[in-house]
Write a protein that binds this ligand. Structure first.
Ligand code: NAP
Length: 289
């Protein structure tokens, strides 16, 4: 089997750190990003890595990981890779998109004698930085095994969930939990704040008991200090929940958390907060003046 020459497309809050882990493992040959300056900055700081266009990456790399924004980006990049790649090239997509998009991208790659794995991730920017992401993979077993050294560079756990699309369906379930936990934690902490409870005592007390969770631990103190610059842009969660809504509608399951969260994040986006972390939801939980 050919040695892996990896490329990475999408050097944002998640992708930058994931690409850096690939570089550390000696697997990364080239990077690309929509705004070219980011790719050039990355290449300047990581010896041996070149900043390139997607077409050049497709010609020179045999495993290409993506962590771009939304469905149209995954389809556009996959189309460009399929048009330029050698047979056997595998695209591994870490973006959160619909399972329909994942299957369409897989068709593009397979028509070019390549293959595709949908591999959305959970663990936040901290998980990407520490190389401790949970990867939910969909694709042929042999293809997932082929790209395993790439996934292992930034994953604490890789789970093969089924054929292409199964990774994104798993991520959709994950996003319902993310949205619900954000609703509960922001509402609870807004109440604690209004009752005058000291955050220095409140946060560790909550965290030590049955209410403890990742979001409270990582975002509790920052949201109470009105710092919303880190993490997961709420505009991206709004995009994810649109995908989740379609799945829940088709499945006929309850959508209370999904609809409430869609409405809340739409309100925050209308107020100009789309690029803030999802913990900015606390803005709507505080007494409205
Ligand atoms: P981000 O910070 O907005 O980064 C997205 C990056 O992708 C940007 O650098 C952007 O370039 C680049 N990009 C977008 N479209 C592109 C295209 N067509 N071609 C090349 N590059 C393109 O977002 P993120 O937080 O890293 O999230 C990326 C994906 O992972 C999203 O689907 C998100 O839902 C998912 N995700 C995020 C988290 C999280 O905690 N942040 C966790 C799990 C999954 P520009 O510099 O030009 O904008």
């Amino acid at each position: 089997m050919q040695a892996i020459r990896a490329g990475f497309v999408g050097l944002g809050a998640m992708g930058w750190s994931m690409a850096a882990h690939l570089h550390q493992r000696g697997l990364l040959a080239a990077v690309a990003n929509r705004s070219r300056d980011k790719a050039e900055r990355f290449a300047a700081g990581h010896a041996g890595v070149v900043a390139a266009g997607v077409d050049t990456i497709a010609q020179n790399c045999n495993v290409i990981a993506l962590c771009v924004s939304a469905d149209a980006d995954v389809l556009g990049v996959s189309r460009a890779i399929a048009a330029n790649a050698a047979p056997g090239t595998v695209v591994v997509d870490h973006s959160t998109v619909s399972s329909t998009t994942a299957r369409a991208a897989a068709e593009l790659l397979r028509a070019a004698a390549g293959d595709f794995v949908d591999a959305p991730v959970s663990g936040g920017v901290e998980g990407a930085k520490n190389g401790k992401l949970s990867v939910m993979a969909g694709g042929d077993v042999a293809t997932v095994e082929r790209v395993r050294p790439v996934l292992d560079a930034y994953a604490a756990r890789v789970t093969h969930m089924g054929p292409v699309g199964a990774g994104q369906n798993t991520k959709a379930v994950n996003q319902v939990l993310i949205a619900g936990i954000a609703q509960a934690v922001t509402e609870g902490l807004a109440l604690g704040e209004a009752l005058g409870l000291d955050p220095a005592a409140l946060l560790p007390t909550l965290g030590a008991g049955a209410a403890g969770n990742w979001f409270l631990e990582k975002r509790g103190a920052t949201m109470l200090a009105n710092q919303f610059s880190v993490g997961f842009k709420l505009g991206l969660l709004h995009k994810d929940l649109g995908i989740v809504r379609e799945l829940a509608l088709a499945a006929g399951t309850d959508r209370s958390v999904i609809e409430k969260s869609l409405a809340d994040y739409a309100e925050l986006m209308a107020r100009g907060h789309a690029d803030e972390d999802i913990s900015a939801l606390i803005r709507l939980k505080r007494p409205q003046v």
